[in-house]
Design a protein around this ligand. Structure first.
Ligand SMILES: C[S@@+](CC[C@H](N)C(=O)[O-])C[C@H]1O[C@@H](n2cnc3c(N)ncnc32)[C@H](O)[C@@H]1O
Length: 198
């Protein structure tokens, strides 16, 4: 059944974000970069003044990460993460030189502790466990521009992260710290949510 809704009502994440991010002079932050696929899309479609990419490219040994993109089930996880990091550095080689893209190899918490910039878009797609998403939302709320938006991937998807994204978003909704501009449902199928600060 879900497959049918997906086929009929799929919305592309760039199209979704385009509805709320107008400025081509924006400052964009992506938390969780992996191989840079979505980072390329953000750069191409929104031509930001600067795109900041944060990812530790670190393999996690704990069993709960076994099925994640950054698990270490076969003990070659760190080698793979190092390769991904090198790949991403290569993809954005010229933009890094022009100071249009900045790559920070660290966990988001450390990034936020040092950050002073205000972002127009923060795309949260890092560690999907509840406490981490909660931390990312809380920190993001402190560094949004006046009309800034936060978008989260994998909203309303359970996965190995046990629905951590949905639960963390719903926590801030209940606390009346954020409101939805858009959220996934069967007729608006994208597993994203777009939120803003109240
Ligand atoms: C789902 S992938 C990101 C995919 C990417 N946004 C895309 O759409 O192409 C999740 C990434 O989060 C990173 N990650 C894990 N823990 C993190 C943390 N604490 N802070 C930032 N990134 C983290 C992982 O290394 C992994 O590359």
């Amino acid at each position: 059944m879900k497959k049918i809704f997906k086929k009929l009502f799929s919305v592309n994440r760039i199209d979704l974000i385009s509805k709320y991010l107008n400025s081509s002079n924006s400052l964009i932050l992506e938390i969780g970069v992996h191989r840079g696929d979505f980072s390329k899309e953000l750069l191409k479609n929104f031509n930001p003044k600067k795109l900041v990419l944060v990812d530790p490219w670190l393999a996690f040994d704990e069993v709960e990460y076994e099925n994640s993109f950054y698990g270490n089930k076969y003990k070659d996880g760190q080698k793979i993460q190092n390769e991904f990091y090198k790949e991403v550095m290569k993809i954005f080689e010229s933009e890094i030189l022009n100071n249009k893209v900045e790559i920070i190899r660290d966990i988001s918490e450390n990034f936020f502790n040092k950050n002073k910039a205000k972002f127009d878009l923060i795309y949260i797609d890092g560690n999907h466990l509840y406490d981490f998403v909660k931390g990312d939302i809380s920190n993001s709320l402190e560094c949004l521009s006046e009309d800034g938006i936060i978008v989260l991937d994998d909203y309303r998807l359970k996965g190995w992260w046990k629905d951590g994204v949905t639960k963390a978003v719903d926590f801030f909704i209940r606390e009346k710290k954020i409101c939805f501009l858009e959220k996934h449902n069967l007729f608006n199928y994208h597993h994203q949510c777009v939120i803003k600060k109240i």
